[in-house]
Design a protein around this ligand. Structure first.
Ligand code: FAD
Ligand code: SF4
Length: 622
């Protein structure tokens, strides 16, 4: 039997497809393309789980899933779902199936949204690596064009340096975003098709972007300034002079001006955000619309797959055009294999350029006395190891991620969470305890993967998806993770007991907000305890569970090449210079000494501004 037939049988069973609607028939093909964008290991895992479900059907009935009637499939799945030990198998296949199903259902059944006229993007000086010469020179190369890399490039270019930004991904335009379904963009804009996983118990899904603009292209646009107590800790415990509230505040001000940060207006917030505000108000909890970098937001709820209206000022629309206007150039499809180091130089080793691999496997070399590493907290450590610069014992360690869980509430009225701002409201009542709740909806067709049940029960949930409101909560975590590897990135994250307890409390708190807003039931996303009909029931359920049973994701990796005064604990010094070599600066999420306790883009950009500003001053005075 072909793998496609097996997936077809599984989809039909999971979605209780009786042929009465057209869209379920289109799901197996869409699922095939979702799997095609996933890393090989994840794809194999899903296919193995599908084979296991099929084998279970064969043992029970003597026939494979695709040969059973709808009633027989329902009986097989119900029997499988009643065995707790087998729930993880069903879970592994459900997520991609639900993403594919949500998308097909939306395409077939939702009225098409009114076409948005995409504005033309500001110009960028992008050159594909295949067109770049084999040998060239620069005053500075910046590896990675995301939050940190973009600001560093702009700062150095404005100081008069010849800057080249090297980006593994390609340029995506606003017009392109408007032409394709959200799920289709997802696979392309994220590394590993969005399936990057940190191993641990529980494992954590940790997606990062790969494009000109880095993860800012796919982020939610929420803009928090670094909290004062975090800056004080960085200054006093890590010796980071740049974290002085006044000078760092100026960097944050400059970043905010560039990104046009403002509070999300109520008229585009959408019902998801307004539900969170209502719940918080009923509880007397502190909550408000978030500050965002999208002043002309149209509420199309697609920030995490590229804003199709050009409202979200991710760095390819804001910072990088400034950098290019100041003379920086961006080489795309440019995977930096290693930093070149002159080892036997008097005065110690010094970086002198980079070797870049093009998509066709050929190489090019750029000589440069300054190399700015901004490949993101998951990819900067392996790059430094590949370059023979990974000797510091703490390099790759100290990974904090802000682990996050989500919860949905079912209301009697439609919420239609995917109409409005994707991440709209912050509930800050428990922020001082390390828990930040944010009303966050999935893009159209992509929000239904938390739905409980299988077969007809799941189909009913899917058909009622309009009446769900969704919240997410992230916690300030201990640096419990590690980035390993040199050629390939391997991630490990062992959730600390304290952080597990925080997450369980966060789930309870999200339920409280939803029930206070009038939810009839709350969906936890936890297969062993999927629904509660009252806060008391939810709390009781949670007492019988641990964080190991949560479905965790995380979006904010930081800290893996941390800055600090202590040479024993910090791979980079307080000005962002990598220790043990001259001419290498760290200017991305890796640089943060600890998690910033808020969505990190402003903090990363302000840090990159401080680091590159200091280097530009030195270069100008030399
Ligand atoms: C879904 C999602 C939503 C988010 N929402 C928010 C939010 O609302 N607010 C917020 O503050 N933060 C948010 N974040 C996080 C924020 O966007 C990131 O923390 C930030 O972009 C990280 O910046 P960075 O410079 O460290 O790396 P990135 O922005 O990830 O940039 C790194 C770049 O380096 C490139 N690269 C890697 N290796 C190489 C190599 N060897 N050669 C060449 N190029 C390379 C990558 O392709 C990438 O483009 C979100 C993240 C995600 C995933
Ligand atoms: S909600 Fe829609 S319009 Fe607003 S920033 Fe996000 S993607 Fe753009």
């Amino acid at each position: 039997m072909s793998g496609q037939e097996r997936l077809g049988g599984l989809v039909a069973a999971l979605l209780a497809d009786d042929g009465s609607k057209a869209w379920p028939g289109a799901v197996p093909r869409r699922l095939g393309s979702v799997l095609g964008t996933m890393p090989a290991a994840a794809r194999t895992g899903v296919r193995a789980a599908a084979a296991a479900v099929d084998a279970y059907a064969a043992v029970r009935t003597g026939r494979r899933l695709h040969g059973l009637t709808p009633d027989e499939r329902e009986t097989v799945l119900a029997s499988l779902a009643s065995r707790r030990a087998l729930l993880p198998v069903l879970d592994a296949v459900k997520v991609p199936v639900m993403l594919a199903a949500g998308t097909e259902r939306m395409i077939h059944e939702e009225p098409a949204p009114p076409p948005v006229s995409a504005p033309e993007d500001p110009p960028l000086d992008c050159v594909p690596s295949v067109e770049w010469p084999d040998r060239s020179t620069a005053d500075a190369v910046v590896i990675g064009s995301g939050a940190g890399g973009a600001i560093a490039a702009r700062t150095l270019a404005r100081a008069g340096m010849r800057v080249l930004v090297l980006e593994e991904g390609r340029r995506h335009t606003t017009a392109e975003f408007g032409r394709r379904a959200p799920l289709d963009r997802f696979g392309e804009l994220y590394r590993d098709g969005g399936g990057t996983i940190a191993l641990g118990n529980p494992p954590v899904v940790l997606p990062v972007g790969r494009a000109v603009g880095g993860t800012t292209v796919v982020n939610s646009g929420t803009c928090y300034r670094t909290p004062d107590h975090v800056l004080t800790r960085w200054r006093d415990s890590y010796g980071l002079g740049m974290a002085d509230a006044d000078s760092f505040g100026e960097c944050l001000d400059e970043v905010e001006r560039t990104l046009q940060v403002a509070t999300a207006p109520l008229d585009v917030l959408g019902r998801n955000g307004r539900t969170a505000l209502l719940g918080a108000e009923k509880l007397g909890w502190q909550a408000a619309p978030l500050r965002r970098n999208a002043t002309n937001c149209k509420g199309s709820c697609q920030c995490v797959v590229g804003c199709p209206t050009g409202a979200k000022q991710s760095v390819q629309l804001s910072v990088l055009p400034d950098a290019c206007a100041a003379g920086a150039r961006i080489v795309t499809g440019a995977y930096v294999q290693r930093v070149l180091v002159e080892k036997d130089r008097p005065g110690g080793p010094r970086a002198c350029g980079v070797v870049v691999r093009r998509p066709d496997g050929s190489e090019l070399e750029i000589l440069s006395p300054l190399v700015v590493v901004a490949a993101g907290a998951l990819h900067s450590p392996p790059l430094l190891r590949r370059s023979g610069l990974g000797g510091h014992p703490r390099l790759g360690r100290n990974l904090a991620i802000h682990p996050a869980a989500s919860v949905a509430g079912r209301f009697t009225e439609p919420v239609t969470a995917w109409r409005g701002v994707l991440q709209s409201v912050g509930v800050e009542e428990l922020h001082s305890d390390g828990i930040l709740i944010e009303a966050t909806a999935g893009p159209p067709g992509m929000g239904s993967f938390v739905l409980p049940g299988v077969g007809r029960a799941l189909r009913r949930e899917l058909d009622g998806a309009e009446s769900l409101a969704t919240l997410g909560a992230m916690i300030a975590d201990l640096p419990s993770g590690r980035v390993m590897g040199a050629r390939r990135t391997l991630l490990r994250y062992d959730l600390a007991r304290r952080d597990g307890e925080r997450l369980m409390r966060a789930v309870g708190a999200m339920g409280k907000v939803l029930f206070a807003a009038g939810a009839e039931e709350v969906l936890t996303g936890i297969p062993a305890a999927p629904k509660a009909h009252s806060q008391a029931q939810l709390e009781k359920m949670l007492r019988g569970l641990t964080a190991k049973q949560l479905h965790l994701s995380a979006f904010h990796p930081t800290g893996t090449v941390a800055l600090g005064a202590d040479p024993q604990t910090a791979p980079a010094d307080t000005e962002g210079r990598l220790r043990g070599v001259q001419g290498v600066l760290i200017a991305d999420g890796s640089a943060l000494p600890s998690c910033p306790e808020v969505n990190p883009q402003l903090t990363i950009m302000a840090t990159a501004l401080a680091v590159s500003g200091a280097a530009a001053t030195v270069a100008q005075s030399a």
